[in-house]
Write a protein that binds this ligand. Structure first.
Ligand code: HEC
Ligand code: HEC
Ligand code: HEC
Ligand code: HEC
Ligand code: HEC
Ligand code: HEC
Ligand code: HEC
Ligand code: HEC
Ligand code: HEC
Ligand code: HEC
Length: 314
């Protein structure tokens, strides 16, 4: 797993911070209330319920304020009844009274993934996009909001991502990076399509964090609408739960058209061999597999379905 680059702090400061973090962590572990991250008073660092004046942070953290906050979408938190920086870092009067006591403020690097998510989802839970995060494969594996987003130090203007999306995902998903460099692939590297076109990194209701119900394969047909039908003569496997993945791989392949297997006839004969698949008829006996009958889709061209031919010729 790749981790975000943290801003370097002087060794003097880090020694000082390290000392107090150890105490904070020890205290947090003993605290039974810590099991419930919903209450901010249980979070390590947030010991006082008093909010300081929102503007006061600027006096000591001018650089963060000017360069890493005022120009971000979260500057909206300075308006109305919001608490500015303290909307995330917790009530901080004690931190200010302590001359900047770092044990009296929420520091994200000290939080568990679930605690971080609890703070962010106070405001971001209601969105359809993020509402499944608590059940996601990412959170279950310790990947939380700040693994991907950096409210102060994002290097991508879109969605305050810590890195541009493709590099971000590849940083932890090396196997998929390799798949997208195969000869036939969705061109993620060229920016033609993004991981998030097909996946919701915040989790979904279906397996592999894929965006739409796997059974209908709407995730593919929103772009490849011509394969969707409805057709007068449907090719049954397109409409099954496996859908497109009966025949294609989603990321990349060594086979043209992202097919599962190298030779089209092998693909078809997986099902169209007598007794192989109860539902599919065997190919007719005149389909002796000499060269002429190997390239199935030369004749059965409308392989996803047809309005004219029950055997998908046109
Ligand atoms: C009187 C000066 C002062 C004020 C006012 C102040 N801070 Fe601090 N703050 C500090 C000092 C000193 C540190 C110690 C760590 C350091 O040197 O970065 C610190 C540390 C922090 C940290 C932890 C930094 C880390 O490296 O993890 C956060 C977060 C923080 N402050 C947020 C705030 C917020 C939010 C406010 C406004 C409510 C605020 N501070 C107001 C002086 C101040
Ligand atoms: C949307 C939530 C959010 C708001 C609002 C916010 N912070 Fe942070 N802050 C974070 C997170 C998350 C981190 C951990 C580092 C990161 O991921 O960028 C952090 C880290 C810090 C640090 C540690 C040094 C660093 O840059 O990593 C300081 C100091 C700090 N914040 C101060 C502030 C101040 C001052 C404000 C208001 C001007 C503020 N924060 C507003 C979420 C927030
Ligand atoms: C107190 C409420 C609040 C908290 C807590 C909060 N945010 Fe936000 N967030 C906002 C608001 C308000 C905006 C700007 C308006 C908008 O785009 O919806 C925003 C915008 C964003 C955006 C940009 C959305 C876009 O469309 O570009 C991201 C990403 C984000 N927040 C992530 C986080 C993360 C990560 C955390 C926790 C570290 C967090 N937020 C904590 C209120 C909050
Ligand atoms: C694995 C990486 C990852 C994690 C973990 C993650 N995000 Fe995101 N987030 C993204 C990406 C990528 C996008 C852009 C999605 C897109 O292009 O549609 C995004 C978009 C967003 C947006 C704007 C999209 C919208 O319409 O609402 C918000 C807000 C947001 N994330 C908040 C959060 C919060 C809060 C958490 C933690 C509870 C979180 N994210 C966890 C990667 C992540
Ligand atoms: C064209 C749509 C599409 C795109 C783009 C896409 N995926 Fe996938 N991905 C899928 C589908 C569909 C599955 C489910 C595969 C299955 O059920 O066998 C999947 C599965 C996965 C899995 C689970 C393990 C595996 O390989 O089966 C991971 C991890 C993954 N994708 C990561 C990524 C990353 C990272 C990116 C961007 C670099 C990405 N995906 C881009 C559609 C896509
Ligand atoms: C900090 C590391 C990290 C980052 C960044 C990250 N992931 Fe993941 N991702 C993981 C881990 C760990 C898992 C769970 C183990 C696994 O299935 O590989 C996971 C799981 C997944 C899964 C589900 C796999 C399954 O089989 O259910 C998908 C899909 C996925 N990630 C896509 C993405 C996408 C898209 C991005 C970029 C927006 C991204 N990830 C960024 C670490 C990361
Ligand atoms: C965001 C739009 C989008 C989504 C979603 C999408 N694709 Fe694609 N797909 C494309 C584009 C664009 C190309 C052409 C790529 C190129 O020219 O490099 C393509 C190419 C293909 C090809 C190869 C076509 C050829 O002529 O070689 C196949 C097969 C394919 N996609 C299947 C799928 C499957 C299966 C899914 C669902 C898992 C899917 N696509 C989801 C946009 C999408
Ligand atoms: C029964 C196997 C099978 C299924 C299921 C299937 N395809 Fe195909 N698909 C093929 C074959 C074989 C080709 C290559 C046709 C050729 O050689 O001309 C192909 C070609 C394609 C192409 C390239 C352009 C074209 O239309 O010829 C795209 C895009 C595509 N499929 C997308 C999809 C999508 C999206 C789904 C799910 C809705 C899907 N396929 C389901 C077998 C299948
Ligand atoms: C995952 C299994 C599967 C794969 C792979 C598959 N098919 Fe099919 N095919 C079926 C099923 C099931 C039917 C529907 C039979 C029915 O409705 O009686 C069917 C129907 C057909 C029919 C119409 C037969 C009729 O009598 O209605 C043709 C022609 C056909 N397939 C050709 C192909 C070709 C060519 C390929 C390879 C590109 C292929 N199939 C790949 C399962 C499959
Ligand atoms: C040279 C053209 C041609 C090629 C190549 C070809 N077929 Fe056919 N296929 C036909 C003809 C002609 C029929 C009979 C159509 C009819 O009954 O009207 C047929 C019918 C079928 C049927 C329907 C059988 C039934 O009982 O309903 C299936 C299934 C089938 N082919 C599968 C395949 C497979 C699998 C391949 C590749 C291994 C293939 N075809 C290659 C011409 C071809």
């Amino acid at each position: 797993m790749a981790h975000l680059k943290r801003r370097t702090i002087s060794s003097l400061t880090s020694a000082f911070l390290l000392a107090c973090c150890l105490t904070t962590n020890a205290a947090a572990k003993q605290q039974p209330g810590n099991a419930n991250p919903q209450t901010s008073s249980a979070l390590p660092g947030s010991t006082s319920g008093q909010y300081a004046d929102a503007d006061i942070c600027k006096t000591c953290h001018q650089e963060v304020w000017d360069k890493h906050f005022a120009n971000t979408p979260h500057a909206a938190l300075l308006k109305g009844e919001q608490h500015g920086c303290q909307s995330c870092h917790g009530p901080a009067q004690a931190h200010v009274d302590g001359g900047g006591d770092p044990t009296k403020i929420i520091r994200f690097e000290k939080l568990s993934p679930a605690e971080t998510a609890a703070i962010c989802t106070k405001c971001h839970q209601s969105s359809l996009e993020t509402q499944n995060f608590s059940k996601s494969a990412h959170l279950a594996n310790g990947v939380s909001c700040t693994s991907c987003h950096s409210p102060h130090n994002s290097s991508d203007v879109n969605f305050m991502l810590a890195k541009p999306q493709t590099a971000l995902c590849y940083g932890c998903h090396a196997a998929q990076k390799a798949e997208f460099s195969r000869p036939y692939r969705h061109r993620v590297d060229a920016g033609l399509i993004q991981c998030s076109d097909c996946h919701n990194p915040h989790g979904t209701q279906v397996g592999h964090q894929v965006r739409a119900a796997a059974g209908q394969f709407a995730v593919c047909t929103k772009c490849h609408s011509d394969t969707m039908g409805p057709f007068v003569f449907e090719h049954a496997p397109v409409k099954t739960e496996e859908g497109c993945l009966n025949c294609h791989t989603p990321h990349g392949s060594t086979n043209p058209r992202l097919l599962q297997v190298n030779n089209v006839n092998f693909l078809c004969l997986r099902c169209h061999t007598p007794n192989m698949n109860g539902a599919a008829p065997g190919a007719p006996s005149f389909h002796n597999q000499n060269a002429k009958y190997q390239a199935c889709t030369l004749c059965h061209t409308q392989i996803h379905g047809s309005n004219f031919s029950p055997v998908f010729f046109r």
